[in-house]
Write a protein of this length. Structure first.
Length: 158
């Protein structure tokens, strides 16, 4: 059996000696985070999605929130020191991050952007995030995500 190639996120975690588990699921294209969590058998409440935004300043920001919730752009802007934030258009995502919609991990983007993890992650020892491609998720400690991304935790979901 051929060994599966690792994603940027996995290589970075390996290099830093951070423990993670890999979950694979069958999916040829992105559907939605709740369906993906259910397909891989992960608890929906512990499964998080990555949203890339652009601030009024022109800086990019990465927001990581529960898949079943919506982003509170006003709260995220305040935490990010921006007047406002808007979501990056899907067509611009790959060129900016190196990841496609449904496979965008907060870890291992082309450039490390300011990252905010929703404070709800604080209640879990481990959460699930995209592993860097459709059909692949990683399970790891929220503190490890913050350490690798140099991120902060704040209330940014509703």
């Amino acid at each position: 059996m051929a060994k599966e190639a690792k994603t940027n996120a996995m290589r970075i975690l390996d290099k830093k000696g951070i423990r993670y588990d890999v979950l694979r699921y069958e999916c040829s294209e992105f559907t939605d985070g709740v369906s993906i969590a259910e397909a891989e058998g992960a608890p929906v409440d512990q499964t998080y999605k990555t949203i890339v935004t652009k601030g009024k300043s022109g800086d990019y920001h990465v927001l990581v929130i529960p898949v079943a919730k919506e982003i509170d752009l006003k709260a995220a802007a305040a935490v990010s020191g921006e007047k406002s934030l808007e979501m990056v258009h899907v067509k611009d995502l790959f060129g900016l991050t190196g990841y496609v919609r449904g496979g965008c991990s907060p870890i291992g983007m082309k450039k490390q952007f300011a990252t905010v993890l929703d404070e709800s992650a604080r209640q879990y020892d481990r959460i699930y995030i995209s592993g860097g491609r459709i059909g692949l998720s990683l399970c790891l400690a929220p503190d490890d995500i913050l350490a690798v991304t140099r991120g902060v935790m704040a209330p940014i979901a509703r």
